[in-house]
Design a protein around this ligand. Structure first.
Ligand SMILES: [Fe+2]
Ligand SMILES: [Zn+2]
Length: 381
């Protein structure tokens, strides 16, 4: 049974060793003398899970915070049956399952994993990837963890990449084509359409939000050279942060122009090369030597930027940082494009080499693994 404090104060209660304490700006839950939870009054009101505050069909909030004053305060807070009960001065009642509130401290997504020494991407067979949910779950998880996988034994047919949409979510269309052809005898708007070596880059750095996943499908590869290269750019810039925090800081702040264009089109974005989330974790690296534009040399900070950029270039092109392999016909390299840069060695156009690119979004791929896991739970039931 809940034990009620009998000191005539309605703002103090305890249950099973837990105590609720109503303070001027928050409610605290103390367990065995230690602070378990501290919940601001506005948080308590905003997150009320009752049917009157929610769209019952969807569980979205219908209550909006502007309907109460910023100094709203409960009239009473108590604990019973592992539930925090709140009474508000207008008579509204809110209750929270304490376990559910505690679970909010767990991250929603697991952080990505580092590559380690001699990393090579995992290979997954095309037919099984499309037809076997358990197999696809393992493959997509490997992709989310390491930012790269290779799908092999794919049909060496044009627009095979369209068939990945049921597994990866809709294709993210960008300029020029829905499925991009990379070969030497095509519409030349990019260095990739030549036999030259391509330094590590992500595609469409010229978009404010470049595609966050890219599939590179090798249809035919009969040339000498042209091995594929991938670089974990997050690992490179994390090391830069440790060793040259001044350069890291500059690259997070200094916005750089990128442009991709042809005779009729242009995309143009001015963005920093490194972006972090609000917790300081690296969230994207934007690196494209070929799309980076000439900037005003008199602009404030150009000189310091170039020192930092030189160091980043040295590190990103360092052969020790790269994982190199030959992408054969029928193989699809899938990269988390804000993390993993791709590159190619020069080749001799002695035979056919035809690659197709399509873009996807990481949010949709993360959703696919949620779908697959829920489907497997239903199947198990
Ligand atoms: Fe590319
Ligand atoms: Zn409510």
């Amino acid at each position: 049974m809940p034990q009620t404090n009998n000191n005539n104060s309605s703002n103090y209660d305890n249950y099973g060793g837990m105590q609720a304490i109503l303070e001027s700006n928050c409610v605290k839950i103390i367990s065995e003398g230690a602070l378990l939870l501290e919940m601001p009054h506005l948080w308590l009101r905003d997150n009320c899970p009752c049917d009157a505050c929610r769209v019952t069909e969807t569980q979205e909030k219908s209550f909006i915070l502007s309907d109460v004053s910023a100094d709203i305060s409960p009239s009473d807070a108590r604990i019973s049956d592992n539930t925090l009960w709140i009474n508000w001065p207008d008579g509204h009642q809110t209750n929270f399952n304490i376990e559910e509130v505690l679970a909010l401290s767990s991250p929603r997504h697991q952080p990505p994993l580092s590559w380690g020494q001699n990393f090579q991407p995992e290979y997954f067979a095309w037919t099984k990837f499309l037809s076997d949910d358990a197999f696809a779950t393992v493959a997509i998880q490997s992709f989310l963890d390491f930012g790269v996988i290779v799908i092999n034994k794919a049909p060496q047919a044009l627009e095979t990449l369209e068939l990945l949409a049921p597994r990866l979510g809709p294709i993210r269309e960008v300029l020029f084509d829905r499925i991009h052809n990379v070969c030497v005898n095509t519409h030349v708007y990019n260095i990739a359409h030549t036999p030259l070596a391509l330094p590590p880059h992500n595609d469409f750095a010229s978009y404010s939000f470049p595609p966050s996943a890219q599939a590179l499908h090798m249809l035919e590869n009969e040339v000498e050279g042209g091995r594929s290269i991938i670089v974990d750019a997050w690992a490179v810039v994390e090391k830069l942060r440790q060793e040259r925090p001044d350069y890291f800081e500059i690259l997070c702040r200094f916005a750089v122009p990128f442009r991709e264009f042809d005779e009729a089109n242009e995309t143009y974005a001015v963005e920093p090369m490194i972006k972090c989330d609000t917790a300081g974790r690296i969230s994207s690296v934007r690196f494209s030597n070929q799309l980076m534009q000439t900037m005003d040399p008199m602009m404030e900070g150009v000189s310091a930027f170039y020192q930092a950029y030189h160091e980043l270039c040295v590190r990103i092109t360092d052969p020790m940082q790269r994982c190199t392999f030959r992408l054969e016909g029928g193989q699809i390299l899938l990269v988390a494009a804000h993390r993993v840069l791709h590159a190619r060695e020069a080749f001799t156009p002695s035979g056919k080499r035809h690659l197709q690119d399509a873009y996807f979004e990481l949010d949709n791929i993360a959703n696919k693994i949620v779908q697959l896991k829920r489907k497997s739970e239903v199947t198990l039931v």
